[in-house]
Design a protein around this ligand. Structure first.
Ligand SMILES: [Zn+2]
Length: 218
C-alpha cells in the first residue's frame, strides 16, 4: 500500500485534497474514501469507478446505482472524471457520472478557495477549455513519465503531454490514474506536479495521496 503526503508551498495550509483513483467498484475502498473525506476539504477521484474486468456479482447497472448513491453521500466538494472503464454505450447509462447532485464531473470548472479545478473528460482533446485551471483531473497521465509507465510499457496520453509541452495547459497539478502500478507515484513535467497514486485491489485502504495547497498569493 502506498500512502504519501505532498505539500505544495511551505506556508499556511489552506486546502487539503484527498486524491484516489481506479477504485473499480471496490466497495470497501469506496467506504474508506467516504469516511476519510471528513478530513479533506476537497475529494478528487480520477476515473475507473466501475469493475468491468472481473467476475463481479453486481451488474453494471447495479454498480452504477450503488456508485451514484455513494457519490451523493459526500459532504465535501467532490470532483470526478471518467476513465476508460466508465464509458457506457447504452443511452440510459451513457452519462451516469454526470448530473449527480453535489458531484463536479466531466467538463466542470470550479473555483474552491481561489484554486481553480477542472475535470477533463476521457479522450477529450480541446484542452484550451481548461487553460485557466490550477488543478486538473484527467484519467490518463501525460506520456513518457514514470507515472505513466508500468512493466516497460507506456500507458500515458501523448496529447496531454503535448498540451503541457506547448503551454496549452499550465496547471500546477495534474491528478490522474489509469496506470495501477506505475514506476513512481509522482512526477514533474514542465513544472507541473503529476499525481498518480495507482491502485491495489487487494487492500482495504486504497492507494491515495493527500495534497495540501496554499491559496495562491495574488
Ligand atoms: Zn483502472
Amino acid at each position: 500500500m502506498f500512502i504519501n503526503t505532498i505539500t505544495d508551498f511551505l506556508e499556511v495550509v489552506n486546502l487539503r485534497i484527498l486524491h484516489v483513483t481506479d477504485l473499480h467498484f471496490n466497495k470497501q475502498q469506496c467506504s474508506w474514501v467516504l469516511n476519510e473525506s471528513e478530513k479533506a476539504d476537497v475529494v478528487c477521484l480520477t476515473g475507473d469507478f466501475l469493475d468491468t474486468h472481473f467476475n463481479q456479482a453486481y451488474s453494471i447497472t447495479a454498480q452504477i446505482e450503488w456508485l451514484q448513491s455513494w457519490l451523493k453521500a459526500f459532504k465535501v466538494p467532490i470532483f470526478v472524471c471518467t476513465g476508460n472503464h466508465d464509458e457506457m454505450e447504452s443511452s440510459e447509462n451513457m452519462h451516469w457520472l454526470s448530473n449527480i447532485s453535489g458531484v463536479r464531473s466531466d467538463g466542470c470548472i470550479e473555483v474552491i478557495e481561489q484554486i481553480r479545478f477542472g475535470c477533463i473528460p476521457y479522450e477529450f482533446e480541446a484542452f484550451e477549455h481548461f487553460r485557466s485551471c490550477d488543478v486538473l483531473l484527467h484519467h490518463e497521465p501525460p506520456s513518457s513519465l514514470k507515472v505513466s509507465k508500468q512493466s516497460g510499457q507506456d500507458f500515458g496520453s501523448d496529447s496531454l503531454r503535448t498540451a503541457l509541452k506547448n503551454d496549452t495547459l499550465k496547471p500546477k497539478w495534474i491528478l490522474c490514474g489509469h496506470v495501477h502500478k506505475p514506476i513512481k507515484n509522482v512526477s514533474k513535467f514542465k513544472g507541473v506536479i503529476i499525481s498518480n497514486p495507482g491502485a491495489n485491489q487487494n487492500c482495504s485502504i486504497p492507494n491515495h495521496h493527500w495534497i495540501t495547497l496554499n491559496k495562491p498569493s495574488v
